[in-house]
Ligand binder design. Sequence first.
Ligand code: NAD
Length: 331
Amino acid sequence: MSENVLVLGNGQVKDILAGREKEVIDIIQRAYLLHHEGQSSLPHSVFLRFPGNDTDRIIGLPAYLGGEYGVAGMKWVSSFPGNIKKGVERASAAIFLNDMATGRVRAILEGSLISAQRTAASAALAGGCLHGDPAETKVGLVGCGVINGQILRFLRAVFPKLERVYLYDLDDGRMDAFIARNPYEGLTYEKCGGLPELFGKAKLAAFATTAGTPYVQCLDALTAEHTLLGISLRDLDPVIIQHSHNIVDDLDHVCREKTSIHLTYQKLGNADFVAGNIADAVKGTVPPRAAGKPTVYSPFGLGVLDVALSQFVYEKARAAGVGTVIEDFQP
Ligand SMILES: NC(=O)c1ccc[n+]([C@@H]2O[C@H](COP(=O)([O-])OP(=O)(O)OC[C@H]3O[C@@H](n4cnc5c(N)ncnc54)[C@H](O)[C@@H]3O)[C@@H](O)[C@H]2O)c1
């Protein structure tokens, strides 16, 4: 048993994860299955907010995942949207992994990429499982930040025929910057003037904005062929959720914190509008679609995904001798 602590920085995590999209999607799928088999412990995330400040927050996501992972840990992830204007990413994170024999911290990983990739892998897993057409060629991205950049990367692993990307962002400059940041051979971009236009052009769309309250009400622009990956959770008005086929990651987690699912629950007084969770959709025990309704995926983002992917990165780093070992960390 090693008593050392391994520290991995952003660049080291990035190198380990490069080109592993399909492997990461498999890890995320396995984590969902284990979680829904009861082989996890997952308290609610804790939200640290600040007096007189509605925008900044730091979230703690403690988690244990059993099965072949046998790992416990916590992601401590901050969101400071004002960072964007300073030329710094909105989100940053540290992930702690604990040894299950002693409880001691055995690794500290820079977590923003792990967090973004587990989120994108969840979106791509759901896209592949719920959207009817594996030969889909078009996707719409609402919100042109870090998360939709990763989502596009992972969707390409699931929908290899993607060739056209429709963008919408409140800030025109963010769309241009997104196009410059995400060049892919064989992929062309088109900026949209609004959501009805984007929904008219793409049946598969991912939301990754920083909206705090729902603003999407154009139900008449959606059809039974649409699949919406509602990653940012607070874009879709309850009227859309109410009339959709809803798949979540974990109802107990996502029905909180004024998400669209939470607001719809408060409006209707029950959660009957939720068809099931992603693990059941993967297993085929919940249908991916329902007649006459768009499908909406709403994942709260579970700490079990972070510890599962962090464990994978940690093991790869150990095997390759990557990272900084701190020998005198423990008491
Ligand atoms: N569910 C999960 O597991 C999970 C995990 C990680 C991040 N997220 C969420 O994903 C979101 C995006 O994260 P990011 O790091 O890409 O953020 P970011 O700040 O890099 O980008 C967000 C973009 O959304 C745009 N935007 C804001 N409001 C909009 C609106 N109403 N319409 C269109 N565009 C709008 C902004 O201009 C910005 O370009 C955040 O809300 C974050 O909390 C969810």
